[in-house]
Design a protein around this ligand. Structure first.
Ligand SMILES: NC(=O)C1=CN([C@@H]2O[C@H](COP(=O)(O)OP(=O)(O)OC[C@H]3O[C@@H](n4cnc5c(N)ncnc54)[C@H](OP(=O)(O)O)[C@@H]3O)[C@@H](O)[C@H]2O)C=CC1
Ligand SMILES: O=C(O)CCCC(=O)O
Length: 463
């Protein structure tokens, strides 16, 4: 078995760095240290925890360019997006540095003069996180920041494709004054490290962002020790464009949502459902915009769409596109690839598919690639049924200027995140998360710290 992880640039296939895998013994030791340091960290007062988190955020900002470059090198993400992700990542730290000071308890009027009831909130303990390659900075900070703010200690295992960004963030946390046993990074293979995390008596909570099958496995494996779990899993976001929608704006927002990180985000629009009366105009305008997108190495400043992460991701995208074409979809643009298996790079050119049906794989599965499938509807209830008709429930978008249609869609769509005339809803101050098989719990907003807290109820008698 190899002792290191080869981190490669997905735009060229070239080796960037070898990262040593931690041994089982080292990982168990890290968990033990995390557990032991919980005793001291949970007693550090909230204002001091907030100060340390703010320091961390400042250190990250001071190193913004180097972190962004590392992120682009290991994930392929266009540099402008990586710079944006550094800001996005620190926005979670800044938000939870403030929230640390607002972990309020409450008192409850008792049903007896001789009793008092108090409710307080306490950190759950050691948190173990597993993060994905598509947002190597922000997915880590939106877990670590609320955990540390709550008084929990934290161990993270980043994706094998992108450990370098996470390792840099952890190094900067130490420079900021966060104790080294309070925030730790371990490297290794997902399934192996995952089992060590779920089996450990020291870990009280598992938090994960990644695919739905791995999320389900982590939930199952956490059952024996009844750990808390937060799961941010796959999505299959529909975008419903009603007949009264502002078509130009909907086109602009489709492009913004779909091509972020080459379509590799769990909230990227994955299927467009457009009213039949405006479908032709929408498809034409969209295709024109998509044609103008620049594909290339993310280090080039004008690149808008970088490579996809690896061969597995590439094969999934190609098989969905081929399946759609075989079943009658029309290619309005794209279906072009620049891939080299020997060298190890995989570019998928932005693609627009028309006349797509619900029986095509692309309308049933998460794509994680720069493909837009367009389907039409006559009645809004038909669009809602298609949108809700999968096991996913993360993000959904709708475009309408009719408040009745918008309110109806808001109420009927079974998704945790809704963008009404908005293709970019993510924000540190808002709760991000899914329904159904897209996940459990929320990250961000005032809700995002709750999963790191236990409720303790005290009843005082004989007063
Ligand atoms: N919700 C989201 O944001 C994401 C969704 N996905 C979806 O999943 C698809 C496949 O991507 P992929 O990268 O394979 O996703 P995975 O879910 O396999 O990987 C995400 C993280 O989970 C880890 N992991 C993998 N297997 C296990 C396991 N058995 N136990 C514990 N941790 C594990 C990975 O580690 P390691 O790197 O060592 O394998 C990585 O850190 C994508 O095409 C996309 O559809 C993927 C990433 C993010
Ligand atoms: O794809 C993901 O899991 C990351 C979420 C992206 C976002 O926060 O907008």
């Amino acid at each position: 078995m190899t002792k290191s992880i080869k981190v490669k640039n997905p735009a060229t296939g070239q080796l960037i760095q070898e990262v040593r895998k931690n041994t089982e013994e080292e990982i168990n030791q890290a968990l033990k240290r995390g557990h032991e340091s919980f005793q001291s960290w949970s007693k550090v007062n909230a204002h001091e925890r907030a100060r340390l988190l703010k320091n961390w955020s400042l250190k990250i900002q001071e190193n913004k360019e180097v972190i962004a470059e590392t992120m682009t090198l290991e994930s392929g993400k266009p540099i402008q997006e990586s710079l944006g992700e550094v800001d996005y990542a620190t926005s979670y730290i800044d938000w939870y540095a403030e929230e640390a000071k607002r972990l309020y308890g409450r008192t409850i009027p008792a049903a007896s003069e001789t009793k008092r009831i108090m409710v307080s909130r306490q950190p759950v303990g050691l948190v173990a996180a597993i993060t994905p390659w598509n947002f190597p900075a922000a997915m880590m900070t939106r877990k670590a920041a609320p955990a540390l703010a709550a008084g929990c200690t934290f161990v993270v295992k980043p994706a094998e494709e992108t450990p370098l960004t996470t390792m840099k963030l952890v190094e900067l946390a130490y420079e900021a004054g966060i104790p080294s046993d309070v925030l730790q990074c371990v490297n290794g293979i997902g399934s192996e490290v995952g089992s060590l995390f779920t089996d450990s008596e020291f870990v009280r909570k598992i938090t994960f962002t990644g695919s739905t099958p791995v999320g389900k496995l982590l939930i199952k494996n956490s059952a024996d020790t009844v750990k808390h779990v937060s799961m941010e899993l796959g999505g299959h976001a529909p975008m419903i464009i009603a007949e009264d929608a502002d078509i130009d704006f909907a086109v602009e927002q489709t492009v913004a949502s779909k091509f972020r990180n080459a379509g590799q985000t769990c909230i990227c629009v994955n299927r467009v459902l457009v009213h039949e009366s405006i479908a032709e105009e929408y498809a034409e305008k969209l295709t024109e915009k998509v044609r103008a997108l620049k594909v290339g190495n993310g280090l080039e400043k004008d690149t808008q769409v970088g490579p996809v992460i690896n061969e597995k991701g590439f094969e999934k995208i190609v098989s969905q596109v081929n399946d759609a074409i075989e079943k009658g979809a029309e290619v309005l643009h794209g279906n072009e690839y620049d891939a080299n298996r020997d060298e190890g790079y995989f570019f998928v050119h932005p693609t627009v598919l028309n006349n797509v049906d619900s029986d095509m794989k692309i309308m049933q599965e998460e794509t994680f690639g720069p493909i837009i499938p367009i389907s039409t509807f006559k009645e809004i209830d038909e669009a809602i049924a298609i949108a809700n008709g999968t096991p996913y429930g993360l993000a959904a978008y709708f475009f309408t200027n009719n408040y009745k249609t918008g309110t109806y869609l808001h109420e009927q769509l079974d998704f945790g995140i809704l963008g009404w005339n908005d293709g970019a809803p993510s924000a540190a101050h808002a709760p991000f998360g899914g329904m159904k098989e897209s996940g459990l719990g929320r990250e961000g907003g005032s809700e995002g710290i709750d999963p790191y807290l236990e409720t303790k109820y005290l009843s005082i008698g004989n007063l």
